[in-house]
Design a protein around this ligand. Structure first.
Ligand SMILES: Cc1ncc(COP(=O)(O)O)c(C=O)c1O
Length: 410
């Protein structure tokens, strides 16, 4: 295939018009939307309105007049459509790390006789740290049982309280079979928590179909909610009322404005709200989520797989013998929306690519990651990125001294 073939694919891409809804810098191929999503064109205007009119003019009246108080649930209901759940099962609050703490604590309390949290060492560190921290707080002998992916089902015995997994691995882009593993957890009497950080907004997710118990995920990746955007949390309706999160706050109370001295949990998902919602950040997140609601998620997934498939094929064909090893599953059914390659000098290589306008990132010890956000990445970007990667490898420009020094964020 030639570059023109990729341009032809863009001409028939049903999602192509979505790219114009983002503000993307000229001369940049942005392959890091799996870390920080791009800026929707509508977000600056929305934020100006919220700041100048709602906050500036209407001041405190905006909590009622502009529906500020309902934003966590309103945006949660929109995200619910992206992850295959009902409106009343998702709310937006805090960060993924904090929401994970909430759902894990709630789940452990629902399985009082069991002390084991099953996960994988390859899980995102914050997920493992939250489990460690909670176990130390509870002081009931909870342990984290970390196994490799293909031993998860066997690790679920009658001591297992919770199966805690990230659906799409942040390093390799490898995707778990959510329905099968949830089913295995339930068969063992455990509950299943899914981290959807690299799935929500990248593909259709079917939490209900999988019978997942809890889920959490980020607002700043494929949902394009902006740096540090608030996260979401899902609790299956069948657990409402019994799955109580322990960060009791006034806005998770059944009647916050009664100002009662003791806590009475709100009946539904609102119990997972703790304190005052971050209105500016929520407004930005809503702009990103609204864009995703305009597209057919099946088309989104088809485009995502076409992009990652083509990138793997082009890089393997054009960069053969140049020190790259594919770390992402070839089987598209087991792949998220990113492609990672191992390279001995991965950090320097990625810095050289960024200097050439191909923005991905690096994950220690040796992975270069390329995220393909199907809303705004074109097929021709795949061709160009693979070509620039080949040039950077062939010329050895990554060896230049300025590419060797590690920054704090990689
Ligand atoms: C899988 C996964 N979970 C959780 C997080 C962290 O979420 P937060 O920083 O919102 O707590 C990340 C961040 O990249 C992630 O990739």
């Amino acid at each position: 295939m030639q570059r023109e073939d990729f341009e032809a694919l863009d001409r028939i891409d049903p999602l192509a018009p979505m790219r114009a809804k983002f503000l993307l810098p000229a001369g940049v191929i942005y392959l890091d939307g799996n870390s920080l999503g791009a800026l929707p064109r509508s977000t600056p205007g929305r934020l100006s309105r919220v700041i100048e009119q709602e906050w500036g003019e209407d001041l405190i009246g905006s909590w009622n007049r502009h529906g500020w108080m309902d934003m966590p649930q309103r945006i949660g209901a929109k995200i619910a459509r992206l992850i295959g759940t009902d409106a009343g099962e998702v709310v937006v609050a805090e960060s993924t790390s904090i929401n994970l703490f909430k759902v894990l604590a709630a789940a452990l309390k629902m399985r009082p006789g069991r002390r084991v949290i099953v996960s994988e060492a390859e899980n995102f560190p914050t997920d493992l740290y939250a489990a460690e921290g909670l176990a130390s707080l509870l002081e009931q002998g909870h342990t984290l049982r970390l196994v490799v992916a293909n031993e998860l089902a066997q690790a679920l015995d009658d001591a297992a309280a919770v199966l805690l997994l990230t659906h799409v691995n942040f390093r390799t882009g490898s995707m778990h079979d959510m329905a099968a593993l949830t089913n295995a957890a339930h068969a063992a009497g455990a509950l299943a928590i899914w981290d959807l950080a690299h799935s929500a907004g990248a593909m259709p997710v079917d939490l209900e179909g999988a019978r997942a118990d809890f889920a959490i995920g980020c607002g700043y990746k494929y949902l394009n909610g902006g740096p540090g955007a608030p996260a979401f949390v899902y609790v299956a309706a069948r657990h409402h009322g019994q799955a109580l999160q322990p960060l009791y706050g006034w806005l998770g109370h059944a009647a916050p404005f009664d100002f009662a001295a003791s806590y009475r949990p709100a009946a539904g998902i609102r119990q997972y709200v703790v304190g005052s919602p971050p209105i500016l950040a929520l407004a930005a997140l809503e702009e990103g989520v609204d864009l995703l609601l305009q597209v057919d998620l099946t088309q989104l997934r088809a485009k995502s797989l076409a992009l990652t498939e083509a990138f793997i094929a082009l890089v393997e064909a054009r960069c053969a013998g140049l020190g790259l090893a594919l770390a992402t599953p070839r089987d598209s059914a087991r792949r998220g929306s990113q492609v990672s390659f191992a390279h001995e000098h991965g950090y320097a290589l990625m810095q050289a690519l960024i200097a050439r306008g191909v923005v991905g990132d690096f994950r220690a010890p040796d992975l270069i990651r390329f995220g393909f956000t199907p809303l705004y990445i074109r097929h021709v970007d795949v061709w160009d990125a693979a070509e620039i990667l080949r040039e950077v490898l062939v010329t050895g420009e990554w060896r230049r001294p300025e590419f060797q020094n590690r920054a704090a964020v990689t």
